[in-house]
Design a protein around this ligand. Structure first.
Ligand code: GCU
Length: 430
């Protein structure tokens, strides 16, 4: 019996080592040479799958948008198995005098319940004092709400977290050590000064970011005997996007919020999430994707930096199982990520890259915006007209917006300055 156990452990260990090395070797084969980008045809957004030409915003909305949305839903991010309303929300803490006396703070628990199972997550809100109903940025953070600002009142989440030495996270628990540690990445004070509120959620409370479908929101929808989503059902990105739509349900009730002016924001995997949430829930006034890369804003067919095979092997829980069909088979995709950007139309969308973030393919991120622009034009909106990428720190602030800044994969003060300027034009003063 004991021997059997040891053999099984050894076998599983070897299996996971070899899976890891397959993923690593695929990652080490990533292409960073522009001359090796394969030739590919970019799927025409203004021709339906059946070959019919789309001439008007109405034809886009009635024919083309639904079929593209259906593709992304059932073949990529995965469908949400059902509707689930908030059972109850509770303001667990609130205070004035936050952010150097300029804002109110509110911490709200959202509870949902289904099939006898429950889930709760917390939204931290900062609302500017001098605005009656604030336009908002809504986005997930990676390491707990208390990381966004050095405010001793922000409660520390008990949810599972990825270990991280920099933030003092061991044994998968968040601690005091990370309080305020990402103030620079969040720039809450800049938002408040510009008259915006921030609503943020620790993403691990909605679905812990690990390849395990027994936790987070997924089990609330399982049928008897089910232990993972079906092949076309939601992976983690779709689950996180669902959480943002529930946060929106709450924001619609909050008297301090202008719910018609809520923009989703996210960095990296959470930038993929912010785009998908913006697409599925048209209540959002806009979406910002910061360095979202593969499976976010970047074109998959370029196979530059991270590819579908790499991402699906490294993060098998992010997309639905159907999406594996396209591993090293990008040619077979009838869409590309420019279609995801276009699904935001006519609402404003911001794509941001970083020069040193080649893994996320800045050019592929930019081209998505360029190729999505004809759809925005149907609505009389402006996007990206020049196929040449703009220089570093030369932002384009149209309905489809883009910038590339110097530096690494991160969110910086520069990024937030651009988002605020752009939101002033396309959201706040609309
Ligand atoms: C990995 C992953 C990316 C993702 C990033 C992040 O690098 O390969 O797709 O965007 O993590 O979320 O930080």
């Amino acid at each position: 019996m004991k021997r059997l156990k040891i053999t099984t452990i050894l076998f599983l260990g070897l299996l996971s080592l070899s899976l890891q090395s397959i993923a690593q070797s695929a990652a080490s084969r990533a292409n960073y040479d522009e001359s090796k980008v394969p030739e590919f045809e970019i799927p025409d957004l203004l021709t339906s799958f059946e070959g019919e030409a789309i001439h008007t915003a109405r034809e886009w909305e009635t024919m083309r948008r639904p079929e593209l949305l259906d593709f992304f839903t059932n073949q990529m991010y995965g469908k949400i198995p059902g509707d689930l309303a908030i059972t109850k929300w509770e303001v667990i803490e609130e205070g004035t005098g936050a952010i150097n006396g300029k804002a109110k703070r509110k911490q709200v628990d959202i509870h949902v319940e289904n099939n006898g199972k429950k889930l709760s997550f917390n939204i931290l809100l900062y609302l500017p004092n001098n605005v009656e109903k604030a336009p908002m940025f809504l986005g997930y953070n990676f390491y707990g709400n208390h990381i966004v600002y050095n405010d001793p009142n922000i409660r520390i989440s008990n949810a599972w977290a990825r270990n991280n030495n920099t933030y003092g996270i061991t044994e998968h628990r968040l601690t005091e050590e990370s309080r305020g540690a990402q103030t620079e990445n969040w720039q809450v004070e800049k938002m408040i000064d510009a008259g915006y509120g921030l609503a943020t959620i620790y993403y691990g409370e909605v679905d812990p970011d690990r390849d395990d479908f027994s936790d987070g929101i997924h089990p609330l929808f399982y049928n008897e005997g089910q232990d993972k989503p079906l092949d076309n059902e939601w992976g983690a990105i779709s689950a996180w996007a669902w959480g943002l739509t529930k946060a929106m349900d709450y924001l619609e009730q909050d008297p301090g919020v202008d719910a018609s002016k809520v923009v989703t924001f996210g960095h990296s995997r959470l930038g993929k999430t912010s785009l998908w949430a913006g697409v599925v829930d048209e209540r959002f006034a806009g979406a910002i994707s910061n360095n979202s890369g593969c499976g976010g804003a970047a074109l998959s067919k370029r196979k530059f930096g991270e590819t579908l095979e790499i991402i699906n092997n490294a993060f098998p829980h992010w997309f639905c199982d159907n999406f594996n069909i396209y591993n090293d088979n990008e040619e077979a995709l009838p869409v590309d990520q420019h279609a995801l950007i276009a699904l935001m139309a006519p609402r404003p969308v911001y794509i941001a890259s970083a020069e040193e973030d080649q893994w996320a393919d800045p050019k592929g991120e930019f081209l998505s915006g360029f190729y999505a622009t004809p759809v925005y034009k149907l609505f009389g909106k402006s996007g990206i007209d020049d196929e040449q990428m703009p220089g570093i720190h030369h932002p384009i602030h149209n309905s489809v917006a883009y910038h590339i800044r110097s530096g690494k994969h991160a969110v910086t003060a520069y990024d937030w300055e651009q988002y605020i300027k752009w939101a002033d034009i396309h959201v706040k003063n609309q």
